[in-house]
Design a protein around this ligand. Structure first.
Ligand SMILES: [Zn+2]
Length: 137
């Protein structure tokens, strides 16, 4: 199914902050789910920001047991930020959990969350830059 979409995984970009980001700090390409099943966000609608990556981790998730030591929970990573959830082409937003985090998921595969929205802070919806793929024409 993914064959019809020529999207490029994040790992293929050697210098993502210059290859993926426009001079206005927006996403240069359309964002697709890494599985290729859905268009998540059109080009130029997200803004590159650095945010804590530990909020992406689901509490009680099994994966946190196995790679506890390899991840530095306090570090930041790149995200595409939006102020309006309606700007997404396709996104599923989970219900708020106790920590105040809502997860943003692909409606096509619902695998690991693509990003999050922290309801304790300002209206900011975040998509992890390394959890989506990029469509280059
Ligand atoms: Zn998907």
């Amino acid at each position: 199914m993914a064959k019809s979409i020529k999207s490029v995984p994040f790992t293929e970009f050697t210098d993502p902050q210059s290859q993926l980001v426009t001079s206005e700090n927006h996403n240069a390409f359309d964002l697709y789910c890494a599985q290729g099943c859905a268009l998540i966000l059109r080009a130029n609608l997200g803004k590159w920001v650095e945010r804590p990556k530990n909020k992406l981790k689901i509490p009680d998730g099994k994966e946190s047991d196995s790679d506890n030591s390899s991840d530095d929970d306090s570090s930041n990573q790149g995200f595409w930020a939006l102020n309006d959830v309606m700007a997404f082409e396709n996104i599923d937003v989970t219900n708020t959990i106790v920590t105040g985090i809502k997860y943003l998921c692909c409606p096509g595969c619902d695998l690991a969350p693509l990003g999050y929205h922290d309801t304790n802070t300002k209206n900011e919806f975040l998509i992890a830059v390394d959890r989506v793929s990029y469509f280059r024409e």
